[in-house]
Design a protein around this ligand. Structure first.
Ligand SMILES: [Zn+2]
Length: 283
């Protein structure tokens, strides 16, 4: 004989109406996952409804109040990953994920990388810049932008791909950390998703130039580099599609473009996978 369990939460049912009995089993006994699981990508999921905590390869992952969560896979993520949900009684629910590899654009050059020894002046400027960037990355917001389908902050010719890399006589250089959209200086750009401004530099940084960083919640954030103008300030809540400033060529840039990079925690994410194919340019 089944004992009555928790009543529906509506609470407004007249006393004469019998309250239907609900099964005691969890609403969601296992993970529900929407891929793709791919290097440089993010995936949304729903945790088992009785999960107390969640970890990806041993590192904790936050679960939203509605059970949803976000995981990401860096540019060089290994071919397999494991999600583990832990229940109140200590038991676990495990899910193995296969992470698809990408074919990164690798350029082998028969010359040495330009050896530019950082100057004393560079080092003097760089230390406080890195401190500001790291302080921004440590900020946590409750933005819900991570749930949205991202849009391109600017349309135009893609002049640099995430993950591309040059190898100088066998010595790999740093891979490109974002996607570049070539547009003239002064072209406005827009928030790709809801977020909170965590950094809007008051001066051009040596490498990034004028730099804007937006937190989308759940450890996911966007950075926009080489800007000519920033129209928002730290702490501002921005909505998807809102104008944020203008494209430029400040910092270390060979020409005007918008460099858009994304991170999920320490993992570098390819914005192109979130924004999808580039729509036709509006100009
Ligand atoms: Zn770039």
């Amino acid at each position: 004989m089944a004992a009555p369990v928790s009543a529906p939460s509506s609470g407004a049912a007249p006393a004469s109406v019998p309250i239907p009995q609900k099964p005691a089993a969890p609403v969601r006994p296992d993970f529900e996952l929407a891929g793709p699981f791919i290097q440089g990508g993010v995936a949304l999921g729903l945790a088992p409804s009785d999960a107390l905590s969640l970890a990806l390869d041993g590192r904790p992952v936050d679960i939203a109040a509605d059970g949803r969560f976000l995981i990401g896979f860096g540019r060089d993520a290994t071919a397999s990953a494991e999600l583990v949900a832990r229940r109140a009684d200590g038991s676990t629910i495990r899910r193995s994920l296969t992470v698809a590899p990408r074919a990164w654009r690798i350029e082998n050059l028969n010359r040495l990388a330009r050896q530019s020894r950082p100057s004393v002046e560079f080092e003097r400027l760089r230390a406080p810049e890195l401190a500001e960037i790291n302080a921004a990355r440590a900020l946590v917001s409750d933005s819900q932008g991570w749930r949205q389908r991202f849009t391109w902050p600017a349309t135009g010719r893609i002049s640099g791909l995430f993950g591309s890399q040059r190898i100088y006589r066998g010595e790999p250089g740093a891979y490109h950390s974002g996607v570049d959209v070539a547009r003239v200086t002064g072209t406005p750009f827009f928030a790709p998703a809801d977020g909170v401004v965590i950094l809007a530099t008051n001066r051009p940084f040596t490498l990034e130039g004028y730099l804007l960083m937006i937190d989308h919640g759940m450890g996911l954030n966007s950075a926009f580099l080489h800007l000519s103008r920033i129209d928002v300030k730290p702490g501002d809540v921005v909505r998807q599609g809102q104008a944020l400033g203008a494209i430029g060529a400040t910092g270390r840039a060979t020409g005007p473009h918008l460099h858009w990079s994304m991170k999920w925690r320490d993992e570098r994410i390819d914005p192109l996978l979130l924004a999808g194919p580039m729509p036709q340019a509006a100009d």
